[in-house]
Design a protein around this ligand. Sequence first.
Ligand code: COA
Ligand code: MG
Length: 293
Amino acid sequence: MAMRPRRALLYVPGDQERKLRKAAGLTVDSVCFDLEDGVAWPHKAAARALVARVLGELTFAAGERLVRIHPPQGPDGGPAAADLDAVLSAHPDGIVVPKVEAPWQLHWVAYRLQQAEERYGWPVGSVRLLAILETARGVEARNSIARATPRLDALLFGAEDYTADLGAQRSPDNREVLYARQAVVAAAKAHNLQAIDIVYIRYKDLEGLAREAREAAAWGFDGKQVIHPAQVPVVQQAFTPTADAVAYARRVLEAYERGRAQGLGVVALDGKMIDMPMVKAARRVLARAGEAA
Ligand code: COA
Ligand code: MG
């Protein structure tokens, strides 16, 4: 099944009605209503009710509506159970599970999603799952988590929680998260999942954001988590191939086809060798450009 593009995934605190309504008008691939760390404990119950109401009331300009719940804990799930009880009947498009450390946490959520689908007559498997790896345990368990359920679409990496868990210090060049970011992309791609990169917390610095987003796209990430409306167009553009990149991808495919017609598996273009890996990369660029259109 083809996955929907998720170039930007915008978090909105679940207890802030003004922002929830604002998000509905934005052209963004994914909006994620947050019930976890973006909401203070005294406001959890009100946030759950508000998110359910807004999901039911508002039509969204574009993209999907996700809800970030708490990580399931213990046999009854802990706060995650109250999160799902409150929002599932309002039919979100997907659930984001943070701080995932073991496959059972995704099994637990997937089982409840299947129950809701059966109860409300929605297609089985239609409510999707996205997992955030943002602890040392979660990053090390990435492959078993990636395999947990066919409902899973994406692995997200969270740098702030991860470095807090490690006792590492955040730095502007992201060196302390280099291994984990790359490990998460590799694990996602090994299991045909999307990889979604870290939040850029200095939300007024759009140049720095664009740089980090272009780097992520070049590393194979499919999208980036964002926290402010101004970040959305910058990030969505960074994950959309440029006209030059699309034109070059077409030329690569043409050159390869011409070679193949002559029985050649390797050809030259602009003084560079073109063979199968470049052809695959070119097809990926065109697919991305098509999704973004
Ligand atoms: N979603 C929707 N709308 C948002 C938004 C968001 N994440 N962040 C800001 N806005 C709105 C504001 O309400 C404001 O609209 P208004 O002028 O009509 O009221 C407009 O965009 C400009 O916002 P601005 O004043 O620049 O930012 P702020 O000071 O209100 O908020 C943050 C800054 C960082 C607190 C805010 O962007 C935010 O809450 N981000 C999400 C944080 C989050 O969910 N964290 C958990 C996951 S990492
Ligand atoms: Mg987090």
